[in-house]
Design a binder for this molecule. Structure first.
Ligand code: BGC
Length: 380
């Protein structure tokens, strides 16, 4: 259709205007349309860059290269030097304001360093109804209104670590009680498939399932052997920006030993994250079997999506002992092109790899068992 015919059809009146004015009105209209398009582009770009930048500055690591439009590590030998923590003061999260607020409004006395108990009593058996007495002791208390709009899922990946789990829960429940965090559920995601352990898959299938049954607003991925030693390390997403919180930067392996930060790039151990951020990252990789690498892969996912992590000043943990695990010697190879796979390996293909076989509700925890359903299930 020519412009003339188009105008005759849609706005016949315009043809009655003289040619000069007709041109002028079309010109003005085009300017409006042009400005409208520019405005919308501006808004959408602005929204994208604002998504993770609310008040946080972050200098993207220089150690990443663009390959097929994705950032990949220059050299895996330098991986442990990469910067995943937000720059300068933004990297450290000081929650004293929030702690002060909850202490005045909800009368909570959080003193900082905490004495943990490594010897749970004999009747503290996670799957037994005997623990009801502990639920009464630790789960019914005066709640703090500050946390009331938040729903927290603590997700623990698990296989064969009964003693570690028992000790963790024996300390974690009174720890949450001290913080007056009540709107939480603890989920144990147990790998039933024998052979190699795969933490990334357990976290993904756990998250996927929990989002359907519980709808948390805050998720905490938790290693089974790490016990929090500072009660000011709040298990909450409150007042966080969209940046995830690496809770366990300081770990000690002996009860009277000193704390170490294993390396600055580390995001494993205990990680607090909003579900929408986890979805944007496409969760963890499903490809890391045995010990190591899935957390470093997550660190690279952060970098490639331009998300830096923050660390609370109060992130101190004791790491319980257990038998040594088989190392994943393949992890460096996988890490090298981790970011190239990010959008096809993770949450969005977990339903083809793993299946929830059962869910048990115990007084202390929700216990979810999982099996692999793909060919890798025989890897050991
Ligand atoms: C592994 C990580 C592990 C870290 C600290 C790294 O070599 O790849 O998965 O968390 O060591 O122990």
């Amino acid at each position: 259709m020519t412009i003339q015919r188009y105008l005759t059809y849609y706005c016949p009146r315009i043809l009655t205007i003289s040619k000069k004015y007709r041109f002028l009105s079309i010109f003005i209209l085009s300017i409006f349309i042009f400005l409208f398009i520019i405005y919308n582009i501006h808004i959408s770009i602005h929204q994208n860059t604002q998504q993770f930048d609310d008040s946080i500055s972050y200098k993207k690591s220089l150690n990443l290269l663009h390959k097929q439009k994705v950032l990949v590590p220059v050299s895996i030998n330098r991986l442990y030097d990469y910067q995943v923590v937000c720059t300068g003061n933004n990297g450290i999260l000081n929650r004293t304001n929030l702690i002060h607020q909850i202490s005045t409004i909800c009368k909570i006395n959080l003193n900082g360093s905490l004495k943990i108990n490594l010897n749970p009593t004999n009747d503290f058996q996670i799957r037994s109804s005997l623990t009801l007495k502990y639920v009464k002791l630790w789960k019914t208390f005066n709640t703090c209104s500050i946390f009331e709009n938040e729903t927290i899922a603590i997700i623990i990946s698990y296989r064969d670590r009964e003693k570690n789990l028992q000790t963790l829960l024996y300390n974690l429940l009174p720890f949450l009680q001290r913080q007056k965090i009540f709107n939480y559920k603890i989920f144990i995601i147990e790998q039933q498939t024998s052979g190699a352990f795969n933490k990334g898959r357990l976290y993904n299938i756990g998250f996927y399932h929990i989002m359907k049954i519980y709808k948390p607003t805050c998720v905490i991925f938790h290693d089974v052997d790490l016990i929090p030693e500072n009660d000011q390390n709040l298990y909450s997403c409150l007042k966080l920006t969209n940046h995830p919180l690496h809770m366990s930067a300081n770990v000690r392996f002996k009860i009277n030993g000193s704390y170490t930060t294993i390396y600055s790039f580390l995001v494993g151990g205990v990680l607090t994250i909003r579900p929408e951020t986890f979805i944007l990252l496409n969760g963890y990789s499903n490809r890391y079997f045995n010990w190591g690498g899935e957390d470093d892969d997550m660190g690279l996912r952060f970098l490639s999506k331009d998300i830096c992590v923050q660390r609370p000043t109060t992130g101190y943990y004791y790491a319980g002992s257990h038998s040594t695990q088989i190392r994943n010697e393949n992890r460096f190879k996988l890490l090298f092109d981790a970011t190239l796979r990010q959008d096809i390996d993770g949450l969005n293909n977990i339903d083809q790899l793993a299946r929830v076989t059962n869910t048990y509700e115990y007084p202390l925890v929700t216990w979810i068992t999982v099996k692999w359903i793909d060919k890798y299930s025989s890897i050991s």
